[in-house]
Design a protein around this ligand. Structure first.
Ligand code: FPP
Length: 246
C-alpha cells in the first residue's frame, strides 16, 4: 500500500509583525546607470509602492520606511528639493493605491521644518487613509532617533518641573508615550538595503530587540521577493530577549 505523503507541517514560528526598512542605495543605483541621483530616488518611490503592496499580501501588519532623515538636510540643496518634490508627489498621488492596499498612512518625524504645503499634504493623507485596516504604513520624514529621544526627555523633564510627574514614575511605558512612535509596536525586523550595515539614527529605542537583516540589493531593485527572503531569515533566528532561549 502506498504511503500517503505527510501533510506539510505548518511553520510554527510567527512571522514579523512590524518590519522597518532603511531604504538605501538609490544614488548608487542611478550612478551605475549614468543617471542623475533623482532618477534613483524616483525608482526608489516605485519600490516603495511594490513593497507596501507586497507586505500587505504577506500579511505584515506594520511597515515603517525611512524616507528622509534629520541628517539628509546636509545633502546638496537640489537633491533635498528633489526629494521633497518626490514626497509631495507621493503624498498627493498615492492615496488611491494606498486605499487599494488597505494601507493606513502615518508620517513620523518633526514636521515643523517641512514646507507648509507638505505638512498639509501629510495631514490630508493621514486623514484620507485613516479607515484602512489591512496594513499600517509609517513613513519617516525628517526623522532622527536621537532628536526624538531628546524631545521625549525634554517633555518628561517639563512635566517633572511642573510637578505633574514624579521622577520615580518614569518607566519604559511613560517614556514610549513621549516618542513620535507612541502607540506603534516595536519593529521585530529591521532591514537595510545596499550592503551597508549601520542603523544610522533610525528607531534606536524601538529596535532594541529587532532582528537586523542586511541585504546587498539596492533599494530601487528591492521587491516582494526580497521581503520574503528577509522574513525567511527572520524565522530562522532564535529570539531570546536577553534570556537563555528554549
Ligand atoms: C538612500 O539612498 C535613500 C534616501 C535618502 C531617500 C529615500 C527615498 C525614497 C526611497 C524615495 C521617496 C520615498 C517615498 C516614501 C516616496 P541614497 O541616496 O543614500 O543612496 P546612496 O547611498 O547609493 O547614495
Amino acid at each position: 500500500m502506498p504511503i500517503a505523503p505527510r501533510p506539510a507541517t505548518p511553520d510554527p514560528s510567527p512571522g514579523p509583525q512590524h518590519i522597518a526598512i532603511i531604504m538605501d542605495g538609490n544614488g548608487r543605483w542611478a550612478k551605475s546607470r549614468g543617471l542623475p541621483r533623482i532618477a534613483g530616488h524616483r525608482r526608489g518611490a516605485d519600490a516603495v509602492r511594490k513593497v507596501i503592496r507586497g507586505a500587505g499580501e504577506l500579511g505584515i501588519p506594520v511597515l515603517t520606511l525611512f524616507a528622509f532623515s534629520t541628517e539628509n538636510w546636509t545633502r546638496p540643496a537640489d537633491e533635498v528639493s528633489d526629494l521633497m518634490g518626490l514626497l509631495r508627489h507621493y503624498l498627493r498621488n498615492e492615496l488611491e493605491e494606498l486605499g487599494r492596499n488597505g494601507a493606513r498612512l502615518r508620517v513620523i518625524g518633526d514636521r515643523d521644518r517641512l514646507a507648509k504645503d507638505i505638512q498639509k499634504d501629510i495631514s490630508d493623507a493621514e486623514t484620507r487613509t485613516r479607515a484602512n485596516t489591512r496594513i499600517d504604513v509609517n513613513i519617516c520624514i525628517n526623522y532622527g532617533a536621537r532628536d526624538e529621544i531628546l524631545r521625549a526627555t525634554r517633555n518628561l523633564a517639563r512635566k517633572v518641573a511642573a510637578g505633574e510627574l514624579a521622577v520615580e514614575k518614569i518607566d519604559e511605558a511613560t517614556f514610549e508615550r513621549e516618542l513620535l512612535t507612541a502607540g506603534v509596536p516595536d519593529p521585530d525586523l529591521l532591514i537595510r538595503t545596499s550592503g551597508e550595515q549601520r542603523i544610522s539614527n533610525f528607531l534606536l529605542w524601538q529596535c532594541a530587540y529587532a532582528e537586523l537583516v542586511f541585504v546587498d540589493t539596492l533599494w530601487p531593485d528591492f521587491g516582494k521577493e526580497h521581503l520574503e527572503k528577509a522574513i525567511a531569515e527572520f524565522r530562522k533566528r532564535e529570539r531570546r530577549y536577553g534570556g537563555v532561549g528554549a
